[in-house]
Design a protein around this ligand. Structure first.
Ligand SMILES: [Zn+2]
Length: 400
């Protein structure tokens, strides 16, 4: 396997053969490293909009990405630097806060704290960098202004700013889009249905921030582009999120970021996780469908590792089916692993030497099998040799 002493510039993709499914190419491609001189590989994940408790559909996405990141870090020794945003200003947050009669900031902080607590309980490693939208408003306004100055954005009659998708010839990189002729619609003055809001003009009673192009607040897509660019620059090595974010969210992020940075591609690898649905249902878990199970409700019934095992039983891009049957399977598989590791430790601790010796010294064990078994027990001294070889030591001792 890979040596800890390897320097970061030695993460040679051809040598290690790491291939990743790419959400844009729609096939597995070799790992591409944009800048060999960079001391890290950037990995940005779209975080939640904090207006309610996270459900296990969200949790499955973050657990799966945690597994992917751990494999990258520990197996391939990739020096990841990870970031995730928290959307702490949004229509849903304002609406929910008004319904409950609490300040929107208070509501957002409460559910943000709960979200990080949920991830911690699920043993998901925290991102290296946590980003809040409301702490990056000036940077977002500058990003929007640049797109206006470059001629990619326009102002509608209500004072909002929209990105004009027809100005970007590569729109539809992640998902093919049929670009119909641009027409002015009656609602909001968008020039084309695919155009998206960069800046939403403020309405009476809503929170807003001042900008050169009018008072308002950021659109959803612009926040991720700005914050990821703020910390990682004009190239992001990995960008991840649930499959439902591929279009339009990630498409729009890529579009506006390429225009802002003047680069052909902003993200090198797009990683999307499959969605979770309940057993017997075909649609994903969603608050709007009222079929959610919160992380707290999950952990009342199951252990975090049982849920993690459920996530491991399918490819991270596949859908996950959640229910009593699939969780029983996950629990049983986890028990088998626990039993295996318990037995292994017993062998290593010398609690089951006779059994191990019986296997190791069985007359039917060939030399190649012996070496294979020996490799499974690292505590055997490296200098010890196969007892089947002539003239060599015949005893095997364990480290004390
Ligand atoms: Zn995002």
């Amino acid at each position: 396997m890979f040596q800890r002493s390897s320097t970061i510039r030695k993460y040679c993709t051809t040598k290690f053969g790491l291939r990743l499914y790419d959400g844009r190419e729609k096939e597995k491609i070799p790992l591409r490293v944009a800048d060999n001189l960079k001391p890290f590989l950037s990995f940005y994940t779209c975080g939640p909009t904090v207006y309610d408790s996270a459900h296990i559909g969200h949790a499955s996405c973050y657990v799966r990405l945690d597994i992917v990141q751990r494999i990258m870090r520990h197996n391939f020794r990739l020096p990841l630097l990870t970031a995730m945003n928290i959307t702490d200003i949004d229509d849903k947050i304002i609406t929910r806060a008004n319904e409950r009669g609490v300040p929107w900031q208070q509501l957002a902080r409460r559910y943000e704290d709960e979200f990080w607590s949920d991830l911690n309980r699920l043993n998901v490693r925290s991102p290296d960098i946590k980003l809040r939208v409301t702490e990056h408003i000036p940077a977002i306004a500058r990003f929007v202004q640049t797109l206006i100055d470059k001629g990619f954005a326009y102002r509608t009659s209500d004072g909002s700013i929209y990105f004009e998708t027809s100005k970007y010839e590569h729109y539809g990189k992640l998902q093919k889009v049929v670009m119909e002729p641009a027409i002015a619609t009656a609602t909001g003055g968008k020039r084309h249905p695919s155009d998206f809001a960069l800046w939403k003009a403020s309405k009476p009673g809503e929170p807003f921030w001042a900008a050169n192009f009018g008072n308002g607040r950021p659109g959803w897509h612009i926040e991720c582009s700005t914050m990821a660019s703020h910390v990682f620059g004009s190239r992001v090595d990995f960008h991840a999120g649930g499959l439902d974010l591929r279009f339009p969210h990630h498409e729009n992020e890529e579009t506006q970021s390429c225009c802002y940075h003047d680069v052909p591609d902003w993200v090198t690898h797009w990683i999307h996780t499959g969605q979770l649905h309940l057993e017997g249902q075909t649609h994903k878990m969603s608050k709007s469908l009222k079929n959610t199970i919160t992380v707290a409700e999950l952990l009342e019934k199951y252990e975090p590792d049982e849920f993690r095992m459920l996530c491991l039983l399918s490819h991270y891009r596949s859908a996950i089916e959640f229910g009593p049957e699939s969780m029983t399977t996950a629990r049983n598989v986890l028990r088998k692993f626990s039993s295996f590791f318990g037995d292994s430790k017993a062998y290593i601790d010398g609690l089951k030497p006779a059994t191990f010796s019986a296997i190791l010294y069985s007359p039917s064990v060939t030399s190649s099998q012996w070496y294979k078994k020996r490799s499974m027990v690292p505590q055997i001294k490296a200098t010890q040799t196969c007892p089947h070889s002539s003239g060599l030591p015949t005893s095997v001792r364990f480290w004390q």
